[in-house]
Design a protein around this ligand. Structure first.
Ligand code: NOJ
Ligand code: CA
Length: 741
């Protein structure tokens, strides 16, 4: 509901005018540009954040401050267009309007049952003498700023092409930043922590290989960019609701602490083809006074539109296993035969091909996984490598690579689905597009129909390699439209989507909650390449835009044990992986290791069985980016059993042990390169109740390099006055389930 705002804060009197001028001069002392005393001013609901806007010599300019302390110094707004006058100068202010909004909404799934969306708004209308009109809408929340460009229909601009978006973020200091290299195609990188001014030097080093990557410059980084000021403010630049528009990178400007947006070009070099009326994505500057507050911020979700699906009853949080890790580790293969140097859709004779004998998705193996996952109460099983075409899917950049409907001869799709369903579980479909989005769109309808026919209700899609249409990028406008099309079409078929290698999310899951997962960052599949501390960074960066299918739960770090002949050791302890189920939010959570690896540690596996994946309350107890995170969560009772076709999920059974509902909480902790002793106060438990705590913790001699599987499991009775002292080994962690006695 929109209410008119009380009149914006306007100061009067000589003293306040003097103070304002002084403040403006002080806060902008390092820049030559200054905001005039009559700049428009907008305050956050708690009045701590202040946005100012003015047109300075024709240039739209804004600042952001918190409690009088500058966060963004005077920064320009606007665009360069192709073949016409630029939109970053020559403007006059043609009107403005203030507004306020306060609602509480309920996500279909999430970290809490209710989210408050409370902001004050300023809309400025800008016009050029030549007739171009551009509005800018600012929304100021207690935890940050969102603003976007809007192009009204009454405009000299109708169709126009962007050469570059010139939005600036002039930061007020040489902050500490957690960043990954700018890229048009991938975010599968480790994070670096450095000062802003150090980025160009560090970022000049060659980047690790990815199947599709396009460097921008050593000065470019990606959003969400988490920063911390020397005064202890957490500032995060990201974007929200990226639709029909390319994804932004950030380029460090000459002063080594300001950024300008750098959009991803399409195959013709155009950075956005727009038609008025239209809007840009929101540009966001989150400002928090503590690291836990960053994790609790819902700025990005709030800037997205409410859910557009009338019926969401078919969307359910899911805990799953997969015939997957064995291919990733090289124990088995996605492909079926070695008979042919290349294969072709509809031409290759698979029926008469000799199997190479290491095809993972074969009937017997899939049944083995179904048995194990069903016995342990999982909702679903993913199977990759089930369909024809994997023999040369990678590297050839083929257009017609898969049809998404033809199983290999040893994968009996109807029978395996029937078998899974008989055990109360569903199978999860896999669509690797090999980045041929034209081909995926060719087959999508038939592929989704096939899923409906056999009762699949979730798909994992993938975009490995360079994009076809040739010359496009994973982040360019046509691709943004493709990922969105796939989600919208899937919703029509009541299919949930988990896209890998797609663009990093920007909160669209609020509007289309069938987007239950995304990879779009370096996940466990990178094995030994993942740095300790990576998972303690992602919730501050990648996860700000939506959940990640990180695929946690790897108990066997030594690849030569999982896949004989392979080398490399993953850099985490077993308890670190348990901690991720609580610290890393996702409504789609995998137990990624092999059944035979879990079978060796069934007592620790119990936590993965017991932990919920959907929450009505989340508490971020302690955190420091890249260093450590401790989170407590309370499950949402209504969705405890929603993933299963029949029978109970493991979580449901845990909560309803002994035939009655118990109050249940889960706590998880993870740490980076440094070992850590922590004290966890259980003061969030219901006072007066006693709980049984099952504590899964790194043993005293655990260490990710030398002793990653050393853990202890202890049970004790606790209540809301209990403080638990816990040890986390290097790259370690802990997990606790708490059940009311
Ligand atoms: C990369 C994905 O991230 C991974 O999960 C998948 O198994 C492979 N592509 C093959 O599709
Ligand atoms: Ca990937």
């Amino acid at each position: 509901m929109l209410n008119p705002v009380p009149t914006p804060v306007r100061r009067s009197g000589i003293l306040s005018a003097f103070l304002l001028t002084l403040l403006t001069l002080v806060s902008c002392s390092s820049k030559t540009v200054r905001m005039p005393a009559d700049a428009l001013s907008l305050r956050s609901p708690d009045t701590q954040l202040e946005l100012k806007f003015a047109v300075l010599d024709g240039v739209p300019t804004y600042t952001l401050s918190r409690a009088g302390q500058a966060v963004v110094l005077p920064s320009r707004l606007g665009f360069d267009l192709i073949g016409r006058e630029s939109l970053d100068n020559g403007f006059t202010l043609n009107g403005s309007a203030f507004d306020t909004f306060d609602e509480t909404w309920e996500p279909v799934w999430g970290e809490e049952a209710q989210i408050r969306n409370h902001y004050n708004e300023l809309l400025v209308r800008l016009k050029k003498e030549s007739g171009e009109a551009m509005d800018i809408r600012f929304r100021l929340y207690d935890d940050g700023l969102g603003f976007r460009y809007e192009f009204p229909i009454d405009n000299k601009l109708t169709y126009f092409k962007i050469a570059e978006e010139k939005t600036e973020f002039a930061l007020a200091g040489d902050h500490t930043a957690w960043w990954i290299s700018g890229d048009y195609d991938t975010q599968e990188y480790n994070y670096t922590r450095s000062r802003l001014s150090e980025i160009p030097r560090i970022n000049a080093a060659p980047r690790p290989y990815n199947a599709s990557q396009t460097d921008i410059s050593s000065r470019a980084v990606q959003t969400a960019l988490q920063m911390k000021t020397d005064e202890g403010l957490y500032v995060n630049i990201h974007e929200a609701r990226v639709l029909d528009y390319p994804t932004a990178n950030l380029v460090l400007m000459d002063d080594n602490r300001s950024f300008q947006i750098h959009l991803t070009p399409d195959a013709e070099g155009v950075k956005g083809r727009l038609q008025a009326p239209c809007v840009s994505p929101w540009r966001t500057v989150q400002v928090c006074t503590s690291a836990p507050a960053v994790l609790a911020s819902r700025l990005i979700l709030n800037l997205n539109d409410p859910c557009v699906l009338d019926d969401v009853s078919w969307i359910h949080p899911t805990k799953y296993m997969g015939v997957w890790w064995e291919m990733i580790t090289g124990k088995t293969h996605w492909s079926y035969t070695s008979d042919y140097p290349s294969v072709q859709l509809g031409v290759t004779d698979y029926a008469h091909a000799k199997p190479h004998g290491r095809h993972g998705a074969n009937n017997a193996n899939v049944r083995r996984y179904i048995d194990f996952a069903a016995e342990n109460g999982f909702d679903a099983l993913l199977i990759e490598g089930w369909n024809e075409g994997w023999e040369d899917w990678f590297g050839a950049q083929k257009d017609f690579v898969f049809d998404f409907i033809t199983p290999y001869p040893d994968f009996d799709l109807p029978a395996l689905n029937a078998y899974a369903h008989s055990k109360g579980m569903r199978l999860i479909m896999h669509h690797e597009t090999s980045s041929s989005t034209v081909n995926y769109e060719r087959w999508m309808e038939q592929a989704y129909d096939l899923m409906n026919q056999y009762g699949y209700d979730a798909v994992k899609s993938g975009y490995v390699g360079n994009i076809i249409p040739y010359g496009e990028h994973h982040y360019s406008q046509p691709l943004i439209n493709h990922y969105h099309y796939a989600v919208v079409e899937a919703a029509k078929h009541h299919i949930m989507v988990n896209a890998h290698e797609a663009v990093r999310p920007t909160g669209l899951c609020r509007t289309w909650p069938n987007m239950i997962g995304n990879e779009s960052a370096m996940g466990n599949e990178f094995m030994a390449n993942i740095n300790p501390g990576h998972t303690a960074t992602l919730p501050f960066t990648r996860l700000q835009g939506g959940p990640m299918d990180f695929t946690p739960g790897i108990f066997e770090q030594d690849m030569s044990i999982t896949a004989p002949g392979q080398t490399g050791k993953m850099r985490h302890t077993l308890c670190n992986q348990l901690g991720l189920y609580v610290t890393f939010y996702s409504p789609l959570q995998m137990a990624a290791d092999l059944p035979e690896n879990y079978a060796r540690f069934m007592d620790a596996f119990q936590f993965i069985k017991d932990v919920a994946v959907d929450w009505d309350k989340s508490l971020y107890l302690e955190a420091d980016p890249g260093e450590y995170i401790i989170t407590a969560r309370h499950p949402k009772m209504a969705t405890l059993n929603s993933g299963r076709l029949s029978g109970h999920s493991s979580v449901y059974d845990f909560v309803y042990k002994d035939g009655r509902q118990h109050d249940v909480w889960y706590v998880g902790g993870i740490t980076g390169e440094n070992a850590r002793e922590v004290s966890v106060k259980l003061n969030f438990l219901q006072p007066g109740l006693r709980y049984e705590a099952t504590i899964y913790a790194d043993a005293a001699d655990a260490d990710y390099e030398t002793n990653p599987q050393a853990y202890t499991i202890t049970k004790r009775t606790v209540d809301s006055s209990t403080v638990l002292d816990l040890h986390m080994a290097r790259s370690g962690g802990f997990a606790i389930s708490l059940r009311e006695l």
